[in-house]
Design a protein around this ligand. Structure first.
Ligand SMILES: [Zn+2]
Length: 540
C-alpha cells in the first residue's frame, strides 16, 4: 500500500482542478476509486490531525493536542510535542508487529525517529529540518540531499513591489522541494523492500497559507492585475506538477498496490476578523490580569525569546500575564477557529480557586453565555460549543478543557493569548494580509486500487477512519483502542466477504518509542522551530 499524505489538501480547489483536466491523475483516481471529505480533529491542526490519522485514535488517547505540550495540571505550554509524546500505536508500529515492512518519509511528529520494521525519517518540524534524520542510520546517505519543507516564507505585503517576486520564488521553491521529495520516494520505493510506504508533502498547506486566492479556481475572476494572473498561472503549474508526481508514484507502486491519498485538514481563505474570547472573559470578570506594574508581567513579558528559553520560561504567551489567584476561567487558543476554555479548578491547577462542587454550574453558565453571544450584525459568535470530554476521551484526557468551542465564520481565534487579552475590543479585523489562507476542518481521502470499489464520492469520514481502513485492507485486526471504523463503503463486497474487518483487544497502548541516540529538542532547537511556526501563523 502506498499512502501519499498531502498536508492541508482540500477538494475546494482540487476537485475543480481535477474536473477541468488540470490534474488528470487525480481526475482518473477519482473516477476509478472512492473518495470524499475527511473531517479533521478539533483543532484542525497538523500535529493532532496527522497523529489521529496514523493512529486511528482521538487526542484524548494519543495525547497530542497542539504543536506545544502541556503537562497535566500545568497552566503553561513549556515545550514542543515530539514522537515520544504519542501514546497510541502508529500504523507502522501495528503493521511492523505483523511483519510488514514499512517506509515512512516526512510524516509530521516522527521526530525523534525510532526503530521500525523498515525505515522512517524525521519530519518538517524536527530540529534538523529542512534536513531529516533517518532510522536506520545506515540509510542516511539516501536522504543527504532531502529537503523536508520550505524554510523561507514571503515577508512582503501584497501592496509591496517586492510581493510578486517573493511569492513567485516561494512557489518555485515549493515545487523544487516537491520534485526532490518525489525523486527520493521513487528511488527508495525501488531499492528498499516495503509493504507499506507513506510520504507526506507539505506543499498544499504552504500554498494555502500564502497563496490561497491564487490556487482556488473559483477566485480566478477576482484576479485583476497581470502580476496576480502570473502568480496564479505559476501556482497552477505547480499543482499540475503535484498531479504528475502523484502519477509517477502510483505508476512505480504498480496496479497491485492500493493507493491512499489523505490530508490532515483542509484549507480555505483567511478568516477576516478575530474574536477576543479572553477579552470577553475579562469583561465578564472571569479572568483577571496581573497589574501592569507587577514584576512578573514587566520582566517576563519583555524578555527576548532566546533569554526566555535559557531561563526555562514557558513558551506560552500567557506566562506572566494572568493573576491565577483571582482567575476563574481562561481560554487557550487552539487553531482554526477552535479554543479551549478551562475552569481554574481547585485540585487540578496549582492556584485553582473554583471548588469542584461549583464547576458544573459554572460550566453551564458559560455555555449559556457563549451561546448567546452575537456579533454586531446579529450572527452567532460560536458555531460549536462542546464539553471537552465529548471531543477528547481516553487515558490522556486528564487535561481536557472544560469546553472546546469553535468560532463561527467570519471569526477566528488569535494565535496569541497576549494579543487576545491586550485587545481593547471584542472583534477586530484581521489585518494580516500576507497570510492569504488558513486551515479548514474538511480534508480529503481517496482510495484506489485492488479491493477498492469505484464508488466515486462517498460520505464524509472521520480522520480516525484511515488507520482502521488500512489495517482492514491488509486483513489485519483493528485495535480495540482505535476510535475509527474502516470505510467499508469503499471496499468491494468480495473483499469484505473474504476478510471481514475484525477487532483485537491487544495491544491497547504504545510504549513510548525510544531511541536514546536521538535527542528531542534543545532550547535553541525549540526557539528555531517556534520561529518557523510563527511565520506560518500558528504561534504568537
Ligand atoms: Zn497540516
Amino acid at each position: 500500500m502506498l499512502v501519499i499524505g498531502l498536508d492541508g489538501a482540500t477538494w475546494t480547489n482540487l476537485k475543480p482542478l481535477a474536473d477541468r483536466g488540470d490534474m488528470p491523475t487525480l481526475q482518473r483516481l477519482m473516477r476509478e476509486g472512492a473518495w470524499g471529505t475527511l473531517d479533521s480533529t478539533i483543532p484542525a491542526l497538523t500535529p493532532p490531525a496527522w497523529t489521529s490519522l496514523v493512529t486511528g485514535t482521538n487526542p484524548g488517547k494519543h495525547g497530542i493536542y497542539h504543536f506545544r505540550h502541556t503537562d497535566p495540571g500545568d497552566y503553561y505550554q513549556r515545550r514542543l510535542n515530539n514522537a515520544r509524546d504519542i501514546r497510541s500505536l502508529t500504523l507502522w508500529q501495528r503493521l511492523g508487529a505483523h511483519g510488514k515492512r514499512v517506509g515512512i518519509i516526512n510524516v509530521p511528529l516522527c521526530h525523534p525517529v525510532y526503530p521500525v520494521n523498515g525505515f522512517m525519517t524525521s519530519d518538517p518540524f524536527a530540529p534538523e529540518a529542512p534536513q531529516v534524520s533517518v532510522y536506520p542510520p545506515e540509510l542516511a546517505a539516501e536522504f543527504r540531499d532531502f529537503v523536508a519543507d520550505v524554510t523561507e516564507y514571503p515577508t512582503a505585503q501584497p501592496t509591496s513591489r517586492r510581493y510578486a517576486k517573493q511569492i513567485l520564488q516561494f512557489i518555485e521553491h515549493n515545487e523544487k522541494i516537491l520534485l526532490l521529495q518525489a525523486d527520493t520516494a521513487l528511488r527508495l520505493m525501488k531499492t528498499q523492500p516495503w509493504d507499506f510506504f507513506m510520504v507526506a508533502w507539505m506543499l498544499n498547506d504552504r500554498f494555502h497559507h500564502f497563496c490561497w486566492r491564487f490556487c482556488d479556481p473559483s477566485l480566478e475572476s477576482s484576479l485583476k492585475t497581470d502580476e496576480e494572473k502570473q502568480i496564479a498561472a505559476r501556482c497552477l503549474a505547480t499543482l499540475r506538477q503535484l498531479d504528475t508526481q502523484i502519477g509517477r508514484l502510483c505508476e512505480a507502486a504498480g496496479d497491485n498496490c492500493v493507493l491512499v491519498l489523505a490530508s490532515d485538514h483542509g484549507g480555505g481563505p483567511a478568516i477576516p476578523a478575530f474574536f477576543h474570547t479572553n477579552h470577553w472573559l475579562i469583561q465578564r470578570g472571569y479572568l483577571r490580569l496581573l497589574p501592569i506594574w507587577d514584576w512578573r508581567r514587566l520582566v517576563i513579558g519583555n524578555l527576548p525569546r532566546t533569554w526566555k528559553a535559557k531561563l526555562g520560561v514557558p513558551i506560552d504567551s500567557k506566562h506572566g500575564l494572568v493573576d491565577w489567584s483571582r482567575t476563574r476561567v481562561w481560554a487557550d487558543p487552539l487553531e482554526s477557529r477552535a479554543l479551549a476554555i478551562n475552569i481554574n479548578r481547585v485540585g487540578r491547577f496549582p492556584e485553582g480557586i473554583v471548588p469542584e462542587a461549583e464547576c458544573e454550574a459554572l460550566r453551564n453558565k458559560l455555555v449559556k453565555e457563549l451561546s448567546d453571544l452575537r456579533t454586531p450584525q446579529g450572527g452567532k459568535v460560536f458555531a460549536e460549543i462542546h464539553r471537552g470530554a465529548d471531543v477528547f476521551h481516553g487515558p490522556h484526557s486528564v487535561n481536557v478543557p472544560d469546553l472546546v468551542c469553535v468560532l463561527d465564520k467570519p471569526l477566528d481565534v488569535p494565535a496569541s493569548f497576549r494579543r487576545d487579552v491586550r485587545s481593547s475590543v471584542l472583534i477586530v479585523l484581521n489585518r494580516h494580509k500576507l497570510r492569504d489562507g488558513g486551515h479548514e476542518p474538511e480534508g480529503i481521502y481517496l482510495l484506489h486500487g485492488p479491493n477498492i470499489r469505484p464508488a466515486g464520492r462517498l460520505a464524509a469520514q472521520s480522520i480516525v477512519s484511515i488507520a482502521p481502513t488500512v489495517l482492514a485492507l491488509y486483513g489485519l485486526p483493528i485495535g480495540d483502542d482505535m476510535d475509527g471504523e474502516p470505510i467499508v463503503a469503499a471496499l468491494t463486497d468480495e473483499f469484505l466477504r473474504a476478510y471481514p474487518p475484525h477487532r483485537e483487544s491487544k495491544p491497547a497502548s504504545a510504549d513510548t518509542p525510544t531511541n536514546p541516540a536521538q535527542p528531542e529538542y534543545s532550547e535553541e532547537d525549540s526557539a528555531k522551530i517556534e520561529e518557523r511556526l510563527r511565520k506560518l501563523g500558528y504561534l504568537d
